[in-house]
Design a protein around this ligand. Sequence first.
Ligand SMILES: NC(=O)C1=CN([C@@H]2O[C@H](COP(=O)(O)OP(=O)(O)OC[C@H]3O[C@@H](n4cnc5c(N)ncnc54)[C@H](O)[C@@H]3O)[C@@H](O)[C@H]2O)C=CC1
Ligand SMILES: O=C(O)[C@@H]1CCC=N1
Length: 278
Amino acid sequence: MMSNVGAQQAIVFIGGGNMARSLIGGLIAAGTPASAIRVAEPVAELRDTLARDFGVSVFGDAIAAVPDTGIWVFAVKPQVMRTVCESLAGHARAIRPLAVSIAAGITAEQLERWLGGGVGVVRCMPNTPALLGAGVTGLFANAQVDADGRAAAESLLSSAGKTVWIEDEAKMDAVTAVSGSGPAYVFLLAEAMEAAARTQGLPDDAARALVLQTVLGAARMLTESDEPPAELRRRVTSPGGTTQAAVETFEAGGFRELVAQAIANATERGRQLSAAND
Ligand SMILES: NC(=O)C1=CN([C@@H]2O[C@H](COP(=O)(O)OP(=O)(O)OC[C@H]3O[C@@H](n4cnc5c(N)ncnc54)[C@H](O)[C@@H]3O)[C@@H](O)[C@H]2O)C=CC1
Ligand SMILES: O=C(O)[C@@H]1CCC=N1
């Protein structure tokens, strides 16, 4: 979907790190003019790269960057969010921006309070495939956000991939644990499969090519066929064959319970990030 955010109001990213870079890349690729995007980032090297790669305006300090902007995207770590928001509260009262946060754990109530109250907040959780326009983002809007604000946030994040609105904010920590962190689980599986392939004597480059294309092919089957994962798995698994030997090993080792526990722990860490940084 084409982004039309840039045509309406300037966007400022507060924090120009990894996720901001992914989102900015997505916005530019979707047609948002670079002139509509500003980035406040204290690290000079990151500022220079963003300006060079995307042509966006860069600032060392958020206070200098926010005037005349309609959308503030908070892309700093949860640990610094309170300080950053409080430093902008005066400007938030004057400008009444739409505040969009991508920070794990930090709640819309916290963001609104730190910004001085009466601010529309959309709490989002994107993921790194945003860099390729292949991400997915969960979004939650507080009561101050009107239909136009929802549309603006959705347009912004849809440059990064698919969007899913979450009506119960308490579930945003689960979104973070499933899709925000999720790419890392797939990368971990790929790492483990590559190492195992080498253990079985495959050369490094062959191990890598076999694993990467298997992950890509399986992801495409998951998303391009109508079959559920269990059915796709069943079709690979010949009775008494090689896949059965592997899958039985996973099951015996508690693979499903381990995944459930990992996602439960990640969800709980989101809650802790909120409490610890209040
Ligand atoms: N990395 C990921 O896969 C995802 C990260 N997130 C969230 O995105 C946020 C950013 O994460 P990353 O991009 O990975 O971290 P990062 O560390 O790459 O980026 C954060 C940036 O904020 C800058 N910063 C620090 N203080 C600042 C200030 N006062 N004003 C402006 N900028 C300031 C830092 O210099 C840094 O470049 C976090 O809150 C994280 O929870 C959300 C979804 C996925
Ligand atoms: O690990 C984290 O806390 C962030 C949020 C989701 C992905 N990275």
